[in-house]
Design a binder for this molecule. Structure first.
Ligand SMILES: [Zn+2]
Length: 358
């Protein structure tokens, strides 16, 4: 039984998201969530997942969504980030089914100061739900890890109540993930707060599961956003096993892995750390920094190989009147970026066991 035996292809929401994460947890693999900023990067992520025969998660960060709408649009009151997220979501919805794979459509980190962005996306979800019986997005992420645990849970619960009505999944973060991403810099945070405690997970589980089971938790276990020199990251993915055991024990649950975990800041971690994290209930892992580099690498390689054909519209080593259109046409060099991104997304899929799952 593969994924397409339990859910349809295209963007999935609600009960289908529940089925996919339960399936991933049960079968011990995780789905990469690829940060996308354009139709080109979305298409590359979809193509990659189709060719390794599995599901994929497309996500937009706040800055990525604003970029999607266009840097020429003001982002006053989050209007560009809202517009871009909605535009990107519609692009994904329009093409996803043609790739023949299940796709989870998600928005990334939303800190407290960005809540108007979250409100705008939720309004779009509710409008879509009124017409189609499902939200526009499969899920959204609230990152209130900089606030106190009490406030974090309280705000999440408020949103979760609203999201449960439209079958939209919530991902939340607890504990501090170090490093810098999308403008939030935690590189000076002290080490103790880089590890979420079992009691934190239990408190969240208790508060959320009264409302719905459509939630996941990005717990900190020493993860760092962005890429740092190897050896600087002390990951302790085995902590996730302690969280699972604690929740199971305290609530007398049957499942060994009652919690869906999300792995943030995984760039540069070892295969073994990833393997352990996934075996302990990580069902989603964010991939951003590495695919950014991969996308650039394709253009870099192309430019270096074809440099002599890219110095003017006419004139190259084959003759001073020879046209260069077939080199500088964006469809040519942007495609090279897509190809190297496809390869990197496929690598992420392989690292997470997300292959041959249809
Ligand atoms: Zn995070």
């Amino acid at each position: 039984m593969g994924l397409l035996d339990i859910v349809p292809s295209g963007v999935i929401t609600g009960d289908d998201v529940r089925k996919v994460y339960s399936y991933a947890s049960k079968h011990g693999f995780a789905i990469p969530a690829i940060n996308c900023t354009s139709s080109s990067t979305i298409n590359a992520a979809l193509e990659a997942a189709r060719d390794v025969k599995s599901a994929i998660i497309i996500q937009f960060s706040n800055g990525g969504a604003a970029y999607y709408a266009g840097k020429g649009i003001s982002n006053k009151d989050q209007q560009a980030s809202i517009l871009g997220a909605v535009a990107g979501a519609h692009h994904v919805r329009a093409v996803a089914k043609s790739y023949g794979i299940p796709v989870i459509l998600h928005s990334d980190h939303c800190a407290k100061n960005l809540l108007p962005w979250f409100d705008g996306m939720l309004a779009a979800d509710e409008e879509y739900f009124a017409k189609h019986g499902e939200p526009l997005f499969s899920s959204h992420m609230l990152d209130l890890s900089e606030e106190s645990k009490e406030e974090n849970i309280e705000i999440c619960v408020r949103y979760l109540e609203r999201m449960a009505k439209i079958n939209c999944h919530l991902e939340m973060e607890i504990g501090i993930t170090g490093g810098e991403e999308d403008g939030v810099d935690n590189s000076d945070v002290d080490n103790a707060s880089l590890y979420t405690q079992p009691q934190d997970i239990l408190d969240i589980y208790n508060a959320f599961s009264k409302i719905t089971d459509l939630f996941s938790i990005a717990a900190a276990f020493g993860n760092v956003h962005g890429v740092y020199a190897p050896g600087n990251v002390k990951l302790h993915p085995e902590l996730l096993g302690k969280h699972q055991a604690y929740v199971k024990e305290e609530l007398k649950l049957e499942s060994d892995k009652p919690v869906w975990f999300v792995f943030h800041g995984g760039s540069g971690s070892t295969e073994e750390d990833i393997r352990v994290a996934v075996s302990l209930g990580v069902v989603k892992m964010n991939v951003d920094t590495d695919t950014q580099w991969a996308y650039w690498e394709g253009i870099k390689q192309f430019y270096e190989a074809k440099k002599a054909y890219l110095q003017g519209q006419v004139g190259n080593p084959e003759g001073e009147n020879k046209p260069n259109k077939k080199f500088y046409d964006p469809r040519v060099w942007v495609r090279e970026a897509e190809k190297t991104m496809v390869t990197r997304v496929q690598q992420a899929c392989k690292d997470l066991g997300n292959v041959e799952r249809l």
